[in-house]
Design a protein. Sequence first.
Length: 133
Amino acid sequence: MIKSSETIKKHTVIEMPISVMSNDTTVTKYVKVDINSSLEEKLNIIINSISQECFNGLPMNVTVFGKNTAKINLVEYKDSQKSRVSWKDDYLNDSTKEYTINTIVKNIIQDNYNGDWIEKVQLYYKDELIQID
């Protein structure tokens, strides 16, 4: 029996798909997100998963503008021990830049999600908008 001063808190977890490359094949993995989390919290979970799965854990920061725009800033490690991998050299060079942009944007835009979600993604590196040349 529940006393009136007690509350029941339901945690509803949803699984959101992310697409990652594994041995030259695209594989769909799922990240668990609490449906009651804020949009920015959900995006951070997805971004952190993408970073670990696709970009050697390189840091990314996400900010939500308005109701439907995500600004994602690609950040280099400050620690020299971790500097073996970098956005600039490994993921934003001429041969990988398009892959990087597509991977991040396609995983952020969740077409099949029924709730309020991101419709636009802006990617930045060192405060400059990343564009395909």
